[in-house]
Design a protein around this ligand. Sequence first.
Ligand code: 6R9
Length: 653
Amino acid sequence: MSNESLANLLKEERRFAPPAALAEQANVTAEAYERARADRLGFWAEQARRLSWDTEPTETLDWSNPPFAKWFADGKLNVAYNCVDRHVENGLGDRVALHFEGEPGDTRSITYAQLQSEVSRAANALVELGVRPGDRVAIYLPMIPETVVSMLACARIGAPHSVVFGGFSADALATRINDADARVVITADGGFRRGKPSALKPAVDEALTRPGTENVRSVLVVRRTGQEDIAWTEGRDVWWHDLVERQSDRHTPEAFDAEHPLFILYTSGTTGKPKGILHTSGGYLTQVSYTHHAVFDLKPESDVFWCTADVGWVTGHSYIVYGPLSNGATEVLYEGTPDTPHRGRWWEIVQKYGVTTLYTAPTAIRAAMKWGDDIPAKFDLSSLRILGSVGEPINPEAWVWYREHIGANRTPVVDTWWQTETGGIMISPLPGVTETKPGSAQVPVPGIAATVVDDEAREVPDGAGGYLVLTEPWPSMLRTIWGDDQRFLDTYWSRFEGRYFAGDGAKKDDDGDIWLLGRVDDVMLVSGHNISTTEVESALVSHPRVAEAAVVGATDPQTTQAICAFVILRGDGENADEAALVEELRAHVGKQLGPIAKPKRVLPVAELPKTRSGKIMRRLLRDVAEHRTLGDVTTLTDSSVMDLIQNKLPAAP
Ligand code: 6R9
């Protein structure tokens, strides 16, 4: 970014107070902020006591070699014991941990006692395969109970897992197996997606022909679809139902150091090889457990929690597996897509299980908006009491729609900002405390310190924009990039001395609340002004005809960059007068944000390129707008959308 800080364009005046009844019963009140401000480390030491330790830690933070943090370093615990066994020991064995809903409609409800047996069997099976503490295990599975069981089994025996999203290609899988030097791969014959079986095992077979994957000695295969004719490598491949089911359902968990590696999770980044983000045990579990309790106000005895993320995304790790299970929650695990077999599937699931807390991504909310208000209206959603959002800045219109049409104008919406690297939620309203503002994540959670700085690392005043930084270490912070400490230093700690650089643009409003404005790489420079893609997109989405928008800056001889907007229109059918609507949309943005933000071009398209976690891939749209060959498309959900978009575009000048 240039010296000009981000222009502060969007004005959003709507406010929503916490419901009185929720505020009165809330797990966390305003007092927590004061407590954490007065003694941040003491506060986290208290939160660590939410867990069961074999050896209680006496040290909280060791920051003697920044930015390499150690949290609770002299403590010992077993993460899986904390997520499973202790609840059974506390008499909660009959509580349902997971309500699994398969895409074809098959279901399984698994209690904590059953989960304990399954995790123990799987742990014994991994031990039989020769997995030792510290060995890495790659997990390449659909969204089925065995995925959760596998992760917990790894945690139980101290073998860091590396979950690779089931939609990734053989290449992507091979790169990750190689980088982590995995010894075992856990996969399935396939999963169900959009009404049909989709194979997984062939990608594993192919990945294991690539150089650098030779150390994989076993492939453990879950039978999920049963329909694929799958290749089998004798001596290497073993069926889950052969190996795991014959194991003892008793396994004694060993205590590991708080800093024992728990998992590696790869984030793609725009260039270079994927970064293996390393998380460890005690600090990570402390923060995901606390934030799940605080941000979702979890009442484990009565709530039904549903995070719709894929387990292959960090959101699935922290808020399907480790956060909710460490808190003894009952949750939903759904295998499929929101529109299979019909566009009301999610709302049907909410009704069926009485979901109280729904945590999803803006992309899903915008899709539901586009499909129409009448669809959720057909279902009984009255069990819902808190709604959450994660993954991208949520446009104020989508936020308000979510609250109104899913939350009956009653439920708080918590917009949670965090990253694979932060491990757990960092910035978010608290549902019983914060008066919410549509589109803003607002305040760091208790115990977390964040601010917005300018190019010279000076904190910006209220009302101004710049870069989001985290100013103090936090328990669930990444410990390094696997095998590459230097890249860890360069990527996150070199831009601003002593502060973690998140890579996101942000602004502070007049109350000092934080608004996230998208990745710094996406910020546009127009006639000397830095303009956020998020704000222009939100202005577009506030027009009744726009369902989704993606905005990029394309090189322009007059203005450095020109704003180019790709929009998905709401409602059915072709627009009679697209040219008139395009003019109307340009004028609408100009009116909402000022003339500087008026897009030079607005292109209606049928789809936008998204990653598997629903993030819009603006760099590909920039390639299109600048008539370049497309960059890496391997992390796209559907690479054919790029052809559709390119066909819409006039030929290069
Ligand atoms: C959890 C997750 C991290 C990036 C992050 C930011 C964006 C996530 C957001 C948000 C605005 C929110 N992001 N949550 N932006 N408001 N509530 O998404 O992790 O996949 O590593 O992505 O996602 O740009 O830097 P990850």
